[in-house]
Ligand binder design. Structure first.
Ligand code: NAD
Length: 487
């Protein structure tokens, strides 16, 4: 049976180690964004179904937390091997439901596997600390413990990597997990759960409940859920943070972005263009680390724009499963329509539309395609400069010098990433010290940190204090107990 035929079955929930059909009576179509075909039906599960999953996770927690930490790590060694064995299949599934090119999808699988590898180091990561003599004959020690049931809520743009930021580390720490994938990309997470079961993890340790607002509300309000990891758009992140903390939970909510790349006149322009094009138009611009705004020193602006246009014209647009395709579709027709409205807004606000991706839209037939779109002479304050568009649309802002470039970048309400292209160490230092964003890149386009470092944003790009991944992730998924003893 082909992958597609298999997946047109109704998507099931995974609760307590059993694949169960939803009884909510509500479902949505899942589309292949490259063709517009329906590839599956995802249930919009009810609050009761979510409650059953939380209950299963709460029961599994009693025994899972007592599994010795090195043994928990060994489950993850097994899981890592299975993910590596299924690398191509997982990537094909990502391309099918998300639309990104197969090459990008293969890279995403790698990023997910790296999270599992990081989680396998849990014996070292979980260690506490001691001081044998805090006073004569008295010692003190800190021990780390899991929290209980953790809820995860994921976006559509990284169906594998983002869930892998969440459940592997949380489960390795001794917690149990209930994950709600995006209803637009529900298939990959089910495959991850199947392989998780194959790796031998006990039932109830990881549960998957598909749905939308009701499932999210249930996770935010349920007493048994101790912490929430959310990744998605800014308004929903803010809502999840406020609701979750109001219900006494720890919340880390990673939100939207509008990443600026500064290009100074001493930059290697060939390298800058290659990296900006990949960062702006790779994954159809649907990356929280995408480059959305280029802030270029005016002395080289004409030359940079000329080269960006030339490179953008050379990108192959089409179904991500075809060889050589760089730019796939956006996720849904509604996302395409929203982007078309932003192009209109840019024109209305008198930015200069130097490349109109609408002309390439027909290239992909019934899919939700849009070619690379570039606006020059964009001013801070314009709608296309301010809002996260999440599509292959790049704005160019011209500035006098580095100080003005930093000022423009720091005016953004978002603060996920920022990059600089320059040959000057002094400029890099000033950029590093002055930029108000969490993830910085120097002469490269997508400075996404690896799993052993935190994934940090500020301002409207992040709600919470401990970030995803790295030691922050371990801190987030554990609580500490102090013991002070005299013998
Ligand atoms: P989204 O906010 O629409 O959805 C994210 C999740 O929230 C989904 O599971 C969805 O079902 C749920 N959701 C949506 N609306 C809801 C509502 N009203 N009430 C309760 N739950 C709701 O985001 P998306 O479009 O799937 O993903 C793209 C967004 O994610 C972009 O803004 C992107 O920048 C962001 N993102 C951020 C990071 C980061 O690290 N900061 C990483 C990846 C994606």
């Amino acid at each position: 049976m082909s992958l597609l035929a298999k997946q047109t079955e109704k998507v099931r929930n995974y609760i307590n180690g059993v694949w169960v059909a939803s009884s909510s009576g509500r479902e949505e179509e899942v589309f292949n964004p490259a063709t517009g075909e329906v590839i599956a039906y995802v249930p919009i599960s009810s609050r009761e179904e979510l409650d059953a999953a939380v209950q299963a996770a709460a029961e599994a927690f009693h025994s899972w937390k007592r599994v010795a930490v090195p043994r928990r790590a060994r489950y993850f060694f097994q899981y890592q091997q299975l993910l590596v064995q299924h690398w191509n299949e997982l990537a094909e599934l990502i391309t099918l439901e998300n639309g990104k090119s197969l090459e990008e999808a293969l890279g995403e699988v790698q990023r997910g596997i790296e999270c599992v590898e990081f989680a396998s180091g849990i014996p070292t990561l979980m260690m506490g600390s001691q001081l044998p003599d805090i006073a004569t004959g008295i010692e003190s020690g800190m021990y780390r413990y899991p929290l209980g049931v953790i809820g995860g809520i994921a976006p559509f743009n990284f169906p594998m990597m983002v869930p892998c930021w969440m459940f592997p580390l949380a489960v390795a720490c001794g917690n149990t997990f209930v994950l709600k994938p995006s209803e637009r990309t529900p298939l990959l997470m089910n495959r991850l759960a199947e392989l998780f079961a194959e790796a031998g993890f006990p039932p109830g340790v990881l549960n998957v409940v598909h749905g939308a607002h009701d499932v999210v509300g249930g996770l935010l309000e349920h007493d048994e859920v101790k912490a929430i990891s959310f990744v998605g758009s800014q308004p929903v992140a803010e809502y999840v943070y406020k609701q979750g903390t109001a219900h006494g939970k720890r919340v880390q909510a990673l939100a939207g972005a509008k990443n600026h790349s500064i290009v100074l006149q001493d930059a290697d322009l060939g390298n800058a263009v290659k990296n900006i094009i990949a960062a702006a138009f790779g994954s159809a611009g649907e990356r929280c680390m995408a480059c959305s705004v280029v802030v270029v020193q005016e002395t080289i602006a004409d030359e940079l724009v000329r080269r960006l246009l030339e490179a953008a014209d050379g990108l192959k647009i089409g179904d991500g499963r075809e060889a050589g395709v760089f730019l796939g579709p956006v996720i849904r027709q509604s996302n395409k329509d929203r982007t078309l409205a932003y192009i209109e807004a840019g024109v209305q606000e008198k930015a200069e539309l130097v490349r109109d991706g609408r002309k390439d839209a027909a290239a992909g037939g019934k899919g939700y395609f849009l070619g690379p779109t570039i606006f020059d002479r964009v001013e801070p304050g314009m709608t296309i400069w301010r809002d996260e568009i999440f599509a292959p649309l790049l704005s160019v802002v011209r500035v006098k010098d580095l100080a003005e470039a930093i000022n423009v970048t720091n005016q953004s309400p978002f603060a996920n990433g920022a990059c600089i292209y320059t040959d000057s160490a002094k400029a890099v230092r000033e950029f590093r010290e002055e930029i108000d964003a969490g993830m910085l890149g120097v002469n490269l386009g997508v400075p996404a940190p690896m799993a052993f470092f935190p994934f940090s944003g500020y301002k409207k790009s992040f709600y919470g204090d401990l970030h995803a991944n790295g030691r922050d992730g371990v801190e987030f998924y554990t609580r500490k107990k102090m013991i002070t003893a005299r013998y």
